[in-house]
Design a protein around this ligand. Sequence first.
Ligand code: ZN
Length: 423
Amino acid sequence: MKQTVIKVLDQMADKTIELGRKLFKTPELGFKEFKTKEILMKELSDAGFKVEREFARTGFSVSMGSGHPHIGLIAELDAIPTLGHPHANLNDQSAAHTCAHSTQCAIMTSVIKALKEVNVTELPGKVTLFFTPAEEFTDMAFRHELITKGEIQYPAGKIQMLYEGIFDDVDLCLHLHAMGNDQYRFASDSHLAGFIYKKFTFVGKASHAAVLPHLGVNALNAFTLFQSAAGMLRETFVDEDKNRFHGIVTEGGQTVNSIPERVVYEGYVRSFNTENMKALSDKLTNAAQHCAQALGAECIVEDTPGYLPFKPCHELSLIVEENMLHFCSPDQILHDEKSVAAGDIGDLGVFVPTIQFGYGGVGGVIHGKNMFIEDEQRLYIESAKVTAMTVIDLMSHPDKVKRVVDSFKPAMTKEEYFEYLNR
Ligand SMILES: [Zn+2]
């Protein structure tokens, strides 16, 4: 069956590449991927698929087969603001597919079509392809509006899907993401960091900056003192956690002629260790509040949980790697990469054994205005083959899937998870 699926994917190659090009030129931000959904649905309904379920505003799934093993495939729908990209959507914050999520959609669509062609459902079990919205943590004002209206409860696609129970029946999930690193053909067992988004509002008291500075309280000074304290805390960062604390001043004062009354600093705390990430976040809150207090100011800190660190399922990675080796030599696979980037796949990976393997073929800089698809054959067709072959391996060996599922221990319960998100 694996040989046949390779042949089918080769026959489909032109259509897959054409779909990829179309999606690349239709970038939409998260929870707004309506045109993208329409393009994908057309392609899938031509191949005899019907929408099985709709969720998270723009997300949807198609499936075939029934029962278990139940293999989940993940394709992300959204684009990211990128000023100056040739295909940027000028009607909405220059959204462009510079994270190459469009390619995931084309690849996974060809995978499920090819699996249907080779009658994978003759094997017991089910395959579901989930099209997931809003992976990029951006456009927050719009998402908070949707939350206020009650259309969604959480600002990221997979978190919303976890809330809606969309993954409850799947045994494991296969996901893939384009790599920025072109030294390698594929990446396997890749980890991602998690993050917490922090907003610090330093509140002082305005007065005439030249005549009456003694009557004011300088919020910018309070922030500056906090920057020193944050710098001093960096010596407590644990090396293997790859902690980061970085941000931007989004309001630096009101007018040069007045002592700054309000200064806002927004930033991320990143880490590979969830507990240390929370502890570090609390330390920074503490430092900000006390630095402000030391100068007679105040600091209000608002935390928004971002994504959890992603830990790939090693047993699954090994199965995918065997299939990668049909297309490259062992030294062309990057192993065990620890990327300080983050994704909501991290949250999914806490509850379902999941992998996100990396594939190459992208030119320019990921998230940059010069990003483009350099090698279509390799990017679309080779990655589709690796994925389809892996699904066939898993469906042909329900025992392997059972071993993966039995050895998997969720790092927290759903209750603990939503308590963390809602705190
Ligand atoms: Zn991405």
